[in-house]
Ligand binder design. Structure first.
Ligand SMILES: NC(=O)c1ccc[n+]([C@@H]2O[C@H](COP(=O)([O-])OP(=O)(O)OC[C@H]3O[C@@H](n4cnc5c(N)ncnc54)[C@H](OP(=O)(O)O)[C@@H]3O)[C@@H](O)[C@H]2O)c1
Length: 229
């Protein structure tokens, strides 16, 4: 496929490296310079791209979605910290007749963890002596906290524990690529389910799989939907 990269930081560069190895071609890439107001996301620059992959910043991403969908190009959005505007984006994508896959975490392991989290919440909710908790840690440069993944875990757990808030705790330190824990604690013991990312490779491969999946599809999809068997 021909891919456009919007955001050429840690993730954008990793996607480029792996895309080339999978036989895809990068036809356009842009970082903040020259695209402060989305001005580089024109039909001309995006012509020839099958899918645009966005790993940028929470404050630039919705404008990028607007511009790229207006140019008729489908999109993979790995950027986090913007889902309070999800309904606005859904309307945009439906009107423009393109496809978009978004996700707080493109690692396959985390998406299977989401399924485990739902089952764990269902089981532990039956036992009042256990309280659920959520914790995450990421590298010092991550802009949003809690992470999108932790917020998704919160949603999953609170669906079961409708009677309480389970607010995630976050740390930002060093170079950590990301760790999330869902725990249940009682007077007697603690149970933890932890996902630890070993590197950014898993996120980039997930983004490329989603790009291959969305080609030719219309509408808004969450990354987990691309993995359904
Ligand atoms: N879904 C997932 O699996 C997943 C995995 C990892 C990360 N993420 C998310 O992906 C995003 C990027 O992460 P990262 O680690 O790659 O961050 P990063 O290294 O800081 O890269 C972000 C890049 O976006 C660029 N940018 C800022 N405004 C822009 C604009 N208007 N147009 C184009 N590019 C712009 C920045 O340029 P400058 O540096 O020049 O300002 C920077 O190079 C974050 O939201 C992070 O939480 C998601």
């Amino acid at each position: 496929m021909n891919l456009a990269l919007i955001g050429y930081g840690k993730m954008g560069q990793m996607v480029e490296q792996l895309a080339t190895a999978r036989g895809h071609k990068i036809t356009f890439k842009v970082d903040i310079e020259g695209n402060e107001q989305g001005q580089a996301l024109t039909r001309e620059n995006l012509a020839g791209a099958d899918v645009a992959v966005n790993f940028s910043t929470p404050d630039s991403v919705v404008l990028a979605i607007d511009k790229v969908s207006a140019a008729g190009v489908s999109m993979i959005v790995g950027t986090t910290g913007w889902t309070s505007r999800l309904e606005e984006v859904r309307r945009m994508i439906n009107e423009r007749n393109v496809g978009l896959v978004y996700g707080s975490n493109f690692s396959i392991g985390v998406n299977l963890f989401f399924r485990l989290a739902q089952q764990a919440a269902e089981i532990f909710h039956e036992y009042a002596e256990y309280d659920p908790w959520i914790y995450e840690i990421h590298h010092r440069a991550k802009l949003d906290a809690p992470s999108g993944t932790a917020l998704k875990l919160e949603l999953i757990v609170e669906k079961e524990y409708a009677d309480r808030k389970v607010v995630p705790a976050s740390n930002r330190a060093g170079a950590h690529p990301g760790e999330h824990t869902l725990g249940f604690d009682s007077d007697a013991d603690t149970l933890r389910i932890t996902h630890t990312a070993r590197s950014r490779v898993g996120f980039a491969i997930g983004a490329l799989r989603a790009a291959e999946w969305v080609r030719g599809k219309k509408g808004l999809y969450e990354f987990g939907e691309t993995l359904e068997k």
